[in-house]
Ligand binder design. Sequence first.
Ligand code: GTP
Ligand code: MG
Length: 210
Amino acid sequence: MTSNAAKDPLVVHTVEFLGGMASAEGWRPDVALPVVAFSGRSNVGKSSLLNKLVRRKQLARVSQTPGKTREINFFNINGTFVLADLPGYGYARVSKEKREGWRPLIEGFLRQSQELRGVVQLIDVRHDPSPDDLLMLDFLADLGAPTVVALTKIDKVKVRELTPLIARIAQTTGLDTEQLIPFSAETGEGRDELAAALVELLEQPSWRAP
Ligand code: GTP
Ligand code: MG
């Protein structure tokens, strides 16, 4: 084992795609493993972040056409836990009906999943959180789901712009800057911090009494 691997909070040995869930009543994976879900608006970088997190180039598909993933995709990691890639919400260039179609599926899943240990909410560091982002954070707070926020695409801003942007997002969301993990799928910055936060979510007992 190299010294690098020894320091890695999340060493991924195996990744298995379990399938997609297309409706709140539809198919879901039949595994009793802890689940962490990844949520955020379309194009925020969920699939890219997931790939970086598990160090696979093409685990989750990175889209050129935002808003395409309409299912919740499940990945079994190391046979010990499951990552759920939620469809991106808020993509403007689809019909209003489609645009609002995310709520029953995503909210239904988050409400019903007994194995859910927490959610990683993604917010693009360059933009103010959207009304849908704030709605989702409120929903997660009401649910009581442990939530970690990753600020994506930090490679796209200048280093000196980063601190004020983070402060602004902390203010808009009412979160402490300590709860925000700056991340770049391009450079890999924040990967180990996020991996450590993920492991922490997975190690907690469910906040949800069965
Ligand atoms: P949907 O599945 O459509 O909701 O999108 P998504 O949230 O999964 O985003 P995805 O990972 O597909 O990334 C969208 C676009 O942003 C792609 O062109 C990515 O290459 C780009 N991107 C994602 N993360 C980063 C990042 O950290 N830095 C940079 N520069 N580009 C990124
Ligand atoms: Mg995606």
